[in-house]
Design a protein around this ligand. Structure first.
Ligand code: TRP
Ligand code: ZN
Length: 879
């Protein structure tokens, strides 16, 4: 393929990494924000890297882009002659730079035309920026790489009425009213930083303020900037921020380092949030919260994202990445940190189950597909495509395994060593692991393979019990499937937390000191471990806490799974036992459901019956255990996926379970209705999780619609209201109620953009027939805007990745729909387009005609003349 060759030429390889030949000690920027264009003046204090001085004659190549309109250029205040520089493919080349000099450039840019939301752009009436990973080059010419760190001075000039608030990194140093209706402010960030952490915001913003006193007694001003109408929705983010600051001091010894910490909420944002130094920029969906329009899940998500971005101040900003192959150095570690924080703030078991569930649904799928890559990849075409679940979530799992292997105390000493040793530096994943080795004395060479090898390892376990010798032996065998460019992988070091239960669910002592649990370190391809004095055949509880990101197979009997579900001490194992029973039931042909032969469904039913009568169990856990594996988990097969059959089976199983459990479910539903004032705290969240899980089943019985309608009308919070709304919309028997709920919801919330995202999303995910027509109608709704990523995700994203039954309609209409919208997004916002195209890339997994039609859509996309790098990388790798 012709395009492929061109594309491959631009591949970036880790092995090609070279230190920068130049440094920028100081960066002075001036932004004159205008309606027609913005003038960016940059003064870069440049110096040759003494280490690379051998190439004294090499030119200076600054990153830039075609968006930059160069107005003037000078060195040491003397304008450059036209023969002294070139602009080539967006880059600026200074042909004979001296040892040390000041380069001044003036460029014009047009933020108002920037729909990609990368670099400086406008979101409604405000200016804002997004520079990670390579956005800064869309603002001015620069060495736009994370290992070039510089002290930034940023002056902003703008109309005072339209842009009363003007923010950048660090501390404000001087403010001037310029008389002509404009004003200017200068910001200084004392910490050298890479350009990807630069930020600028200007607009009519209001702010909520608070204060935090650090461990060493320094006062920090905390500000959250939002549109005036949203001032009342900042409390949750603010308290999350204060909790995060305190938590990082207590648990990692990390203090905040500037006098101000600012968060700004913007409507148009490609991702969740961004950790710019001292000036975090957030998607409104990741900051604003109010019980009436925010679900429990969003409350928790906001808390986690606020923490995540805050934690980056150390894991990412103070110690940053040498190059983008090290992305997981900051992301994996920071996700691990925010997960620890969320576990501490809420229920650790629930958090762990949610994370594993997410990892299996998304990362395992990614790793089984054509975009499979290692946590430290060797190459990439478009860095924006590498902000993946593998870099983030698998990266976090790897850090979690280090925590397990070292133990909490050594782990903490290792992070102290890492932060101390590398403060102010741009480093690698190897540096991180080296700190772990230095503190613990553990040789982590084999462990490093977790970063280098892609794919989900499979560990198959068999057991042998001898009654005579009272010996129980477990044999583990590991393998890892081939992935693009990686064959014949080596065995990994896999920590497996395990225990053994007797038939009453009581634990056996596993060693001389009688421990009930051990961490078995699997390092060979095949390895066994034996336990003595085991008086009866035990049930092994394997991979407690999901101690490694693997697929583990063990031939449990249904009785053993039931025992684990009921009795294990580890909540993850209990939940996972239910999942395994559910998978078995879902594989059973649906026409035997309800007859005597459906032994798998019956085993699940028995477990659920027990679960619903259990006392002293966390309702949240029951709620999670009642949830069947998502439809997408059932699509997770190499080939032969039949979306229709899968959907039907899952529906039948739910109908079966609901029919059998109806009386109990109804009782549980009514017993868990809360009369307390809504609070997003885990005790209440647990009750709502259970109540709503039960309601979802009851929708398959006659009482469901009435209950859902009552809940929809009476609830005072978005969790219950939107859940009831979803139930009504998805239910085949809800008749007029679904329509009424849709209208009422819209009427009630049409002025709240975030609530309307839920409205769009639930309708687009509706499993009833003809949803595509409904989606087409939603796209014409006055509140839909294809330039707003949240809206695109709520409608197009929701339809194509959550609504599997409709997206995979056999006539291919869903695929064509996605193809057409990818074409539009290719022009508007390629980063978002690239994320949306992923469901099509799984074409190989599906039966005909799906596979052929999906592939055809991809093929047509690949033939587009102006296909962006973002989208073409994903499309081409999948064909
Ligand atoms: N560093 C950000 C985070 O972890 C990720 C991010 C936000 C991002 N916006 C982006 C990455 C835009 C690429 C492009 O939270
Ligand atoms: Zn991050």
């Amino acid at each position: 393929m012709v395009v492929e060759k061109d594309a491959l030429l631009e591949m970036v390889h880790l092995k090609d990494y070279r230190e920068s030949k130049f440094f920028i000690d100081k960066t002075e920027l001036c932004f004159d924000l205008g309606d027609a264009f913005t003038v960016v003046t940059s003064k870069l204090h440049i110096r040759r890297n003494p280490k690379t001085a051998a190439c004294m004659t090499s030119p200076l190549v600054l990153d830039g882009s075609l968006d930059l309109d160069l107005v003037s250029i000078s060195i040491n205040a003397i304008p450059l002659s036209e023969t002294a520089y070139m602009v080539e493919e967006g880059r600026l080349v200074i042909l004979k730079p001296s040892e040390q000099f000041v380069l001044q450039t003036v460029v014009n840019i047009k933020p108002q035309d920037n729909t990609a939301l990368i670099g400086l752009y406008r979101s409604r009436e405000m200016f804002c920026s997004q520079c990670e990973a390579e956005g800064f080059r869309h603002i001015t010419y620069y060495l736009d790489r994370p290992d070039v760190m510089s002290k930034f001075f940023t002056k902003i000039i703008a109309d005072k009425k339209k842009y009363p608030v003007m923010l950048s990194n660090g501390n404000p140093t001087s403010y001037v009213e310029l008389g002509d209706g404009t004003h200017s402010i200068t910001w200084h960030d004392p910490f050298p930083k890479p350009s990807y952490l630069f930020a600028l915001v200007a607009g009519k913003l209001s702010c909520v303020e608070d204060r935090f006193v650090t461990l060493s007694g320094r006062g920090v001003l905390l500000q959250i900037y939002v549109e005036e109408k949203d001032l009342g929705k900042c409390d949750h983010a603010m308290s999350s921020l204060k909790k995060s600051m305190e938590w990082d001091e207590t648990n990692y010894g990390r203090e905040y380092d500037l006098d101000i910490f600012m968060i700004v909420a913007v409507d148009d944002f490609n991702m969740g949030a961004m950790e710019n130094k001292g000036l975090n920029i957030f998607n409104t969906s990741a900051v604003l919260a109010d019980p009436k329009i925010t679900t429990d899940a969003s409350f928790q998500n906001i808390e986690a994202i606020v923490a995540h971005e805050y934690f980056h101040n150390w894991s990412g900003n103070r110690v940053t990445c040498r190059d983008w192959f090290q992305l997981s150095l900051k992301e994996g570690f920071t996700v691990f940190r925010d997960a620890q924080f969320s576990a501490d703030m809420n229920s650790p078991a629930v958090k762990r189950i949610q994370d594993v569930s997410f990892l299996r649904a998304h990362q395992f799928t990614e790793d089984a597909g054509t975009m499979s890559h290692s946590v430290q990849p060797d190459s990439y075409l478009e860095i924006n495509n590498f902000y993946t679940v593998t870099i983030y979530e698998k990266g976090a799992e790897i850090v979690g395994m280090l925590h397990t292997l070292l133990g909490a105390e050594h782990f903490r000493s290792a992070t102290d060593l890492y932060f101390g040793r590398h403060d102010g530096q741009a480093v690698t994943i190897n540096d991180f692991v080296r700190a772990m080795e230095d503190v613990s004395g553990i040789d982590l060479e084999q462990f490093m393979l977790w970063y280098k090898q892609a794919g989900t390892p499979v560990v198959s376990v068999t057991s042998e019990y001898s009654e005579n010798s009272q010996r129980f032996m477990l044999t583990f065998q590991q393998s890892c499937p081939d992935s693009p460019g990686q064959l014949n992988k080596k065995p990994l070091l896999v920590p497996i937390r395990l225990g053994l239960l007797n038939s009453n669910g009581e634990p056996f002592g596993l060693n001389a000191v009688g421990d009930h649990e051990i961490i078995f370190q699997l390092s060979d391809k095949k390895q066994s471990v034996a336990f003595k004095n085991i008086s009866s055949k035990p049930t092994p509880a394997l991979l407690r806490g999901f101690s490694a990101p693997i697929k583990l197979n063990y031939q449990y009997s249904n009785e053993e799974l039931a025992l684990l579900a009921a009795k294990d001490t580890d909540e993850f194992v209990r939940w996972d036992a239910c999942q395994q029973l559910a998978f078995r039931a879902l594989r059973e042909p649906s026409n035997i459901l309800g007859t005597d032969t459906c032994s798998q469904a019956k085993a699940l039913l028995t477990t659920y019956e027990k679960l619903l009568s259990e006392e002293n169990i966390d309702p949240a856990l029951v709620g999670l255990m009642l949830q069947l594996p998502g439809e997408s988990r059932l699509h997770d097969k190499k080939n032969g996926v039949d979306p229709d059959a899968i959907h039907r089976r899952r529906e039948s199983l739910r109908t079966f379970l609901a029919g059998k459990l109806r009386v109990k479910l109804e009782a549980v539903y009514h017993a868990h209705k809360s009369h307390q004032t809504y609070k997003p705290v885990s005790s209440q969240i647990g009750l709502r999780t259970l109540k709503n899980a039960v309601l979802e089943y009851l929708m398959y019985t006659e009482v469901g619609v009435e209950l859902a309608w009552q809940q929809f009308k009476e609830s005072d919070n978005m969790t219950d209201q939107s859940f009831a709304f979803r139930c009504l919309v998805d239910c085949s028997r809800s008749g007029n109620y679904a329509r009424m709920a849709t209208e009422q919801f819209e009427c009630q919330w049409k002025h709240e953009a975030l609530a309307m995202n839920i409205w769009f999303q639930i309708q687009s995910a509706c499993v009833q027939k003809n949803t595509l027509a409904r989606v087409e109608k939603l796209l014409k709704h006055p509140l839909f805007n294809i330039r707003n990523p949240n809206k695109v995700r709520s409608v197009i994203g929701s339809f194509c990745s959550s609504n599997l039954i409709n997206f995979h309609e056999a006539n291919g209409a869903g695929y064509d729909f996605l193809e057409n919208h990818i074409k539009m997004l290719n022009e508007i916002n390629p980063q978002i387009g690239a994320r949306l195209v992923v469901p099509l890339t799984r074409w190989r997994q599906y039966i005909a005609p799906h596979s052929r039609l999906m592939r055809r859509a991809l093929q047509r996309l690949s033939e587009l003349p102006n296909l962006s790098k973002d989208i073409s990388e994903i499309v081409l790798k999948s064909l």
